[in-house]
Design a protein around this ligand. Structure first.
Ligand code: NCD
Ligand code: ZN
Ligand code: ZN
Length: 427
């Protein structure tokens, strides 16, 4: 089945291409990019006038909660939320039940996602058994089963000797290490350590918790040669450290989440537990530093940290509610907001959601590009479209987001995976 995407503004940073081009998809591949393309007989035509056409988004950080916490989300609802946000490739986090620390769980996740058929699910496996930080998992067996990265996301190991071995093994078997860089002993609270925690009389999570962990991880990557990806960067000190390690040529990349680009610790006063996330929302100064770092490449990309939790869980008080917010649905609107403020270019918007995360994965040279002959994973989005994030639009099983019920600007109109339309706005 052929598909002709007509009249859109194509942005493909992988080959420096930007302009009004039609895109023809045949047999699941990009077959032609050009002007005034004619549809082959029987082709479906998608009208993309007024919209941007880009390689589909790639998320390096999402919690699909399957197996074990399927009352929050499962692979099916999570896949629907992903394509709603323009993502066709998703790296899932291992804090499931059972934990994703065994090849059988990795195989189940890949098989289930294939059955659902909406996204390419690439599991990240746990770095340590049960994510308890005591015993390493079987890296090579996990890789063979299909895991693309290792992380104890939600926490980080505190045994540096174990971690060093982990980096060595990961380098040996060519797996990416991702880290939730936040030293637990320095982050016992439920929000940023600062003005708002003082006001509420609550213990805060220190910004040093992140900087210390990133310094530790960066030097371990340096001495072992492992590839390191820092998850959810929140503090300006981390940006300084990333610059340092990158200048030294260490193999380090980093992501920022939509939440930290849009909100600060003040949100806790307005939204309570809905604004609880780990690492926490920080200050306006941090937020500005993150945006600047994302624009200049010090922070490589955006990861959503899509973290669904049920209403009865997020309705608990700040010190009892689980941390986390939905991410797939707000990633594009977050970046469109920065674009509208003139803080990032359209090209960079596409890079941080698609080209760069695809490159970090490294395994899939066909992703994050619209070059002829590559797999046709395409997103069509409208920079101006206003929509309301509410019960009617939300495909997730959960609705834990400070943006729920609000009007957002910037919407994915079509998501296409391997030449098949897997999401249409309003359909
Ligand atoms: C995540 C979750 O809910 O699993 N929560 C969060 O606040 N980010 C865990 C994590 O990403 O650390
Ligand atoms: Zn985390
Ligand atoms: Zn996470």
């Amino acid at each position: 089945m052929a598909l002709l995407i007509k009249g859109g503004y194509l942005v493909d940073p992988s080959r420096n291409l930007e302009g009004l081009f039609d895109l023809l998809v045949e047999n699941g591949k990009v077959s032609k990019v050009g002007r005034n393309l004619k549809p082959p007989p029987g082709a479906e035509i998608l009208d993309a006038r007024g919209c941007v056409v880009a390689p589909a988004f790639v998320d390096l950080h999402a919690h699909l909660r399957d197996p074990g916490y399927t009352y929050k989300e499962d692979i099916e609802s999570g896949s629907r939320a992903a394509v709603f946000g323009g993502f066709t490739t998703v790296v899932s986090m291992p804090n499931t039940e059972p934990e994703t620390d065994d090849p059988a769980v990795v195989r189940y996740q890949i098989m289930r996602a294939a059955e659902v058929g909406l996204v390419r699910l690439l599991p990240a496996a746990a770095l340590t058994k049960g994510r308890k930080g005591r015993e390493l998992t079987e890296f090579c067996a996990l890789k063979e089963a299909g895991a693309v990265a290792l992380t104890d996301d939600g926490t980080t190991p505190t045994d540096e000797a174990l971690l060093r071995t982990a980096f060595e093994w990961a380098a040996d078997c060519g797996l990416l290490i991702m880290d939730h860089a936040e030293i637990p002993a320095l982050s016992r609270g439920h929000l940023n350590e600062g003005k708002v925690s003082a006001l509420l009389g609550l213990e805060g999570r220190s910004r040093a918790a992140e900087a210390v962990a990133v310094a530790r991880d960066g030097y371990l990557a340096q001495i072992t040669g492992a590839r390191l990806h820092v998850q959810h960067v929140t503090a300006k000190e981390t940006v300084e450290l990333l610059k340092l390690f990158k200048e030294k040529g260490v193999s380090i990349t980093a992501e920022v989440n939509p939440n930290h680009l849009l909100l600060t610790e003040e949100a806790v006063l307005k939204y309570g537990s809905l604004a609880k996330v780990n690492p926490p929302l920080r200050t306006e100064e941090d937020r500005r530093a993150l945006i600047e770092a994302l624009a200049d490449g010090t922070i490589d990309c955006v990861g959503t940290d899509h973290a669904p939790h049920a209403p009865h869980e997020k309705e608990r008080p700040l010190d009892e509610a689980p941390p986390g917010m939905l991410g797939f649905q707000v990633a594009l609107p977050a970046l469109v907001a920065l674009y509208n403020e003139g803080l990032i270019s359209l090209r960079r918007l596409v890079e941080v959601l698609s080209t760069v995360p695809a490159k970090i994965l490294g395994l899939h040279p066909e992703l994050g590009t619209l070059r002829e002959g590559t797999v046709a994973d395409v997103v069509v989005f409208d920079l101006k479209k206003e929509w309301v994030f509410d019960e009617r639009t939300n495909p997730s099983k959960s609705r834990n987001s400070p943006f729920f019920g609000r009007k957002l600007v910037g919407k994915v109109v079509y998501t296409i995976k391997e030449g098949r339309v897997v999401y249409r706005f309003g359909a």
